[in-house]
Design a protein around this ligand. Structure first.
Ligand SMILES: NC(=O)c1ccc[n+]([C@@H]2O[C@H](COP(=O)([O-])OP(=O)(O)OC[C@H]3O[C@@H](n4cnc5c(N)ncnc54)[C@H](OP(=O)(O)O)[C@@H]3O)[C@@H](O)[C@H]2O)c1
Length: 334
């Protein structure tokens, strides 16, 4: 039986990765922190690996201990990452430095797996051109517009500079599904009868349902392909109004459309960030978030992904939103 270590298993995507890996008869090691929740890691076949990425020496100790117990990870999915932070430096520390610590520790303890999959993000490349509306292509020059995306890009640059290391980089676009808390806020807003828009130009968005994403990631992990990077979406593009229409349909709700001018939201984001920085805090609406919200082209190239892994999403937005809303209702989130 082959083994797999999935870091960030306690999180939204990580918990689904662990489930998917179990269905493939892999010996699953959930890489978590001491403080991590195990709520969605209840399957008794899951083994836990408490990891601390803050110092390379701690990861080395962990890897040496594993070896002493006869454990070798055939595959590693490095999915742990910071998507929101109080301080910009935290993005670089967790997404970049911790990744470097981890890879150096693997190398120095002779623990390099058959495949090391890094979960990056479309944010590492940023949005596509807003005039031509062309998708972001795999060979485009990355232009991230927020610190999160920049930190993911920095980690990618480090990984791509390695030689003799079997890496693969996966860059999902917006991931939604059960257990997810950010798109949930949007669904909740619609369910409360409000349909918010920022700016008058519709955004063109891309999504991937978590169940399709983890299936693709596991296919890619056990494949013969390495030293490549891929964007992941369900293969379709959605206008922000379509996203709202699908959500309203499945919630059976009528809404009041509220369109806030870009300048106003940008001004508020800037002012909030300045004000809260005095107390060392980062507001939820900040300039990074604004840069993401004002970008109208979140389309990207997926034909290579589809070809290399014979990947077809089983869920389009209509099917995925229907299923996720059923889950939120069942769990009394909505
Ligand atoms: N959700 C999306 O739309 C999306 C899109 C593209 C890429 N991604 C990437 O996918 C990965 C998973 O994201 P997610 O949406 O599942 O986020 P999530 O629910 O917030 O999960 C993040 C995971 O990373 C762990 N983590 C955070 N900081 C850590 C630290 N300092 N040390 C060790 N572990 C740490 C968390 O552990 P705790 O539970 O202990 O906090 C958690 O298990 C991330 O790398 C993210 O950048 C997400």
């Amino acid at each position: 039986m082959r083994s797999i270590l999935i870091t960030g298993s306690s999180g939204f995507i990580g918990s689904f990765l662990a489930e998917e890996a179990l269905t493939r008869n892999l010996d699953v090691y959930a890489g978590i922190r001491k403080s991590s929740s195990r709520q969605y890691l209840q399957d008794p076949r899951i083994r836990f690996s408490v990891m601390d990425f803050t110092e390379k020496s701690r990861i080395k100790e962990f890897l040496v201990e594993q070896k002493q117990q006869g454990i070798r990870f055939d595959y590693i999915i490095h999915n742990a990452g910071l998507t929101k932070a109080q301080k910009k430096e935290d993005f670089y520390r967790v997404n970049c430095e911790f990744t470097r610590n981890f890879i150096e520790a693997l190398t120095e303890t002779d623990s390099i797996p058959l495949k090391f999959v890094y979960i990056s993000s479309l944010a590492a490349y940023g949005p596509g051109d807003q005039l031509s509306m062309k998708p972001v292509m795999l060979d485009d020059t990355p232009k991230p517009v927020d610190e999160y995306g920049k930190s993911k890009l920095e980690a990618e640059k480090y990984i791509r500079s390695l030689s003799g290391f079997p890496w693969l980089i996966i860059r999902p676009s917006g991931v939604y599904g059960p257990r997810e808390k950010d798109y949930f806020v949007y669904f909740q807003t619609i369910s409360r009868g409000m349909e918010p828009y920022i700016g008058f130009k519709p955004q063109i968005l891309t999504f991937i349902y978590v169940r399709d994403l983890v299936r693709l990631i596991l296919d890619a992990t056990v494949s013969n392909i390495s030293e490549r990077a891929y964007f992941v979406t369900d293969g379709k593009e959605y206008d922000s109004r379509e996203f709202a229409a699908i959500t309203k349909k499945h919630l059976n709700k009528k809404t009041l459309k509220i369109t806030l001018p870009l300048g106003l939201v940008g001004g508020i984001a800037f002012a909030l960030e300045k004000l809260m920085s005095l107390g060392g805090k980062m507001p939820t609406l900040n300039t990074d978030k604004f840069n993401i919200m004002k970008s109208t082209n979140w389309t990207c190239q997926v034909d290579v992904l589809q070809k290399d892994f014979n990947f077809r999403a089983g869920y389009d937005l209509d099917r995925g939103v229907k299923e996720v809303l059923e889950w939120y209702r069942k769990e009394s989130w909505l």
